[in-house]
Design a protein around this ligand. Sequence first.
Ligand SMILES: [Zn+2]
Length: 389
Amino acid sequence: MKNSITRGLVLVFFIIASVNVFAQAVPEVGDPPNNINISDFYKSKLSDIEAVLNTVKTGKVETIATSPGGLPVFAVYYGEKDDFHSQANYNSAVAAGNPVFYAKKGHDTKPVIFFLGPVHGHEIEGIVGLLNLISIAETGKDKRGKEWATLKSNFDKCRVIIIPCGNPDGRKRNPYDSFVGLPIDVMTKYGQGTRKDGTLWRWPHVKAVHPLKGDVGILGAYFNDNGINIMHDDFFFPMAEETKAILKIARDETPDMTVSLHSCGYPPSILLPAYEPLFMKERVATLANNLNEHYKSIGLPYWTNGLNLESTIDDEKFPPKRSFNMTSALHHVSGSMAFTFECFHGTVSPKIKVPVVNHDDILDIQLNLYQEMFSYLMENRLYWEQAQK
Ligand SMILES: [Zn+2]
């Protein structure tokens, strides 16, 4: 009898422990409650990621790293990997005059696209988008049942790597599954975190201490549990296992195009990367303009005054402002057309005039980005081939 009670208690303990692995933080008293009436197509919890990955049949799921908080970072791979006959790392190949020595990317190879899901754990819109992209890859339809024929057709012609969430520690510490209609300061509080006295860290101070330790009340979802902002890791000596795993995928897979998915309190846009070659920045600027025009044409939020795509020169004068960040590192380790995308959270602000969006709109912002990325790549791929003698 006693034994069976003990066994029962042990079982209960394990059930609670296994449920708690993904248990999400809750908002502090006085903050808006988490919205629990969210449609099935707008899911972004760690448990939702696990559930979707359990349904993957045509792709291959791998755990690529374990976070400081003990959580798995997953990647999903679609399409056979081509042999690129690599004989040098990227920068040595460039120094030899041709990236072909790093990867032979001819017409006989598939284009490769790498989707890096949020490394900032409160920027959940990218997780929502990527879980729907996995649904399209598996079924041809997003989780609303909507077909994406062009996207699916292009997807199937490529090698695609998807990391649904680059920072599970941060996602777990973020109490919100949607920021639609919430004050922008609530997003900043849980995204960038607070000091011990409760004041918000905010930019630029939130990046002035790294890893962020010491005067921390709420550790923001920007960071993993070691206080590392993966977007600004030390790329020549990475501090985070998540960063190493992300860079390794880029190096091994040679993605033609890579997006790092983020979100903010402004209309959505692709940002120009820092410290990439001019020809690559110009390609990103073209794609960014295409996307902005596309959003406009289908009635989604866009930049009405045009995008800031002029700053193709990095830091002409002291002090430098443009950082060599994750996007720059992804380019330099692989030659990829790497850029950051900023989605719109749907937050409201007394200071900024922003569009009103719902969950459908945010998912459409994500999926139309992916569709435009594939379309651009299929039409404008750079081939890395041996010069003809
Ligand atoms: Zn971000």
